[in-house]
Write a protein that binds this ligand. Structure first.
Ligand code: SAH
Ligand code: SF4
Length: 355
């Protein structure tokens, strides 16, 4: 069996592992600091750690399971990484530059079983969940890339919006969050981490019960069941009413604002009527709601969907605003480098198939 990535363990798990293997507790703090502060490339660089501990780590763990397959840089500074995992599967990670910091979009599954009709990731059914180590390693690789540029830049924000449904890989997702949030290591603030879900209501309850204040985004994309089911088949299992019940529970527990993502699909969900319905749906929670209108990135395999006209996006935005709903339009980053979720990966896989 291949060795596990050391990045998969939370601080408590690493402490527990080391002590159960006869090591002193303080070794965990040393190792952690080498991993996440000094960001070493090998265990042997941990020069204040005794040889016995280093050998033990080398025998049981690895520091690299991802290999960079492709790196594309956009004119606006967005960088898209395609990583090959130890089993040959390809995943995407994107670094985006904003005025407030550097944000990384991570992948949580190889493919996605939710199968939304507009999405490039859903074209490939889920092959497996990523381990927590593979999710953390995406951040580490991007951070190491930044370190190598020597500009003292740091990943400050994370969006879990890459390939996959994060709440369908719940334990690994939470371990990942605990690792990157740890203040002895990367120290990325919980409020700077956003998890996006297609609306797995039963998992939203679980997420609400966690002890960490991470942001939640829900991919709503339609204000009524008929339309939502036609573009997101998950709506059959978790229709809007069920979803909104879990939202109420989340709001009660966390009292934190939820972002509702709404892709603007031309002539599908972008009429005034849908904006009015959406405003009604969110009316009771409007103080803790933010609607993110996302101009659709066209996907070659889904020619039936087009991006809404900018006049329709503007009109939709204004209808929501008039009704007291906080909202904004997310103009995309990296449009010249296939930045939409899953696009680079699906292109690469198709290219490889064609060869
Ligand atoms: N599976 C999760 C997270 C990954 S998708 C989810 O669905 O929320 C992240 C966001 O990108 C979702 O809101 C998704 O609907 C959106 N998205 C998918 N394909 C897109 C496309 N082609 N253009 C714009 N947004 C897209
Ligand atoms: Fe999966 Fe999200 Fe794409 Fe839907 S939008 S298929 S849930 S990755």
């Amino acid at each position: 069996m291949s060795k596990e990535s050391i990045y998969g363990m939370t601080y408590d798990q690493l402490t527990e592992w080391l002590t159960s293997h006869g090591q002193k507790r303080f070794r965990a703090e040393q190792v952690w600091s080498w991993l996440y502060k000094k960001r070493v490339a090998s265990f042997s660089e941990m020069n204040n750690v005794n040889n016995e501990t280093i050998e033990l780590l080398e025998e049981n763990f690895v520091l690299h399971t991802l290999e960079e397959d492709i790196r594309q840089e956009s004119k606006d500074g967005t960088i898209k990484f395609l990583f090959k995992m130890a089993d040959g599967n390809l995943i995407e990670t994107v670094l985006m530059r904003f005025h407030y910091g550097l944000s990384v979009c991570v992948t949580t599954q190889v493919g996605c079983n939710i199968g939304c009709s507009f999405c490039a990731s859903g074209l490939l059914r889920k092959n497996r969940d990523l381990t927590s180590g593979e999710i953390v390693e995406q951040i580490m690789n991007v951070q190491k890339h930044l370190d190598a540029q020597g500009k003292d830049e740091r990943v400050s924000h994370i969006v879990v919006m890459g390939i996959g449904e994060p709440l369908d890989n719940f334990t690994n997702l939470m371990d990942f969050i605990y690792v990157v949030n740890d203040d002895k290591g990367l120290n990325i603030g919980a409020r700077h981490i956003t998890v996006s879900t297609s609306g797995l209501a039963h998992k939203i309850y679980e997420f609400a019960d966690t002890d960490i204040q991470v942001n939640l985004a829900i991919s709503l994309h339609a204000p009524n069941d008929e339309l939502r089911t036609s573009i997101m088949k998950i709506n059959k299992a978790f229709p809007i009413e069920k979803l909104m019940k879990s939202v109420e529970y989340y709001l009660q527990k966390k009292n934190r604002r939820i972002t509702y993502e709404y892709i603007m699909l031309r002539d599908v969900n972008d009429h005034r009527e849908e904006a009015i319905q959406l405003a009604k749906l969110l009316h009771n929670h409007r103080h803790l709601a933010y609607v993110n209108l996302i101009p659709y990135n066209t996907v070659d395999e889904h020619i039936e969907y087009q991006r809404s006209e900018s006049t329709s996006i503007q009109a939709f935005y204004e209808t929501l605003k008039e009704r007291g709903i906080n909202c904004g339009v997310r103009w995309e980053n990296g449009a010249d480098i296939d930045a939409a979720c899953g696009q680079l990966r699906s292109k690469q896989i198709n290219k490889k198939k064609a060869i």
